[in-house]
Unconditional design. Structure first.
Length: 80
């Protein structure tokens, strides 16, 4: 069984998925600083400039058509 390991290094997680043959988006962040789940409006290519937690994303679809969004978390926010 394959598994996905997500670490604080989203670029490394993306590279690992690409090595396994997944079609993964470029890293991106939201122009407003808040991720909008609907569509790609306000997406900016590249990691969030501050490289803080919860700001940088990548996305892909698995072979069954499920869509996944990876989110960089360096330090978990209190209560999460």
């Amino acid at each position: 069984m394959d598994h996905i390991t997500i670490t604080a290094d989203i670029a490394a997680a993306r590279a690992a998925l690409l090595e396994r043959g997944a079609v993964v988006s470029e890293l991106w962040h939201d122009a407003d600083g808040v991720f909008h789940w609907a569509g790609t409006e306000n997406r900016v290519v590249g990691p969030h400039p501050s490289a803080d937690s919860y700001g940088t994303f990548a996305s892909f679809a698995d072979p069954d058509g499920n869509e996944w969004v990876l989110q960089q978390i360096v330090t978990r926010a209190p209560g999460r």
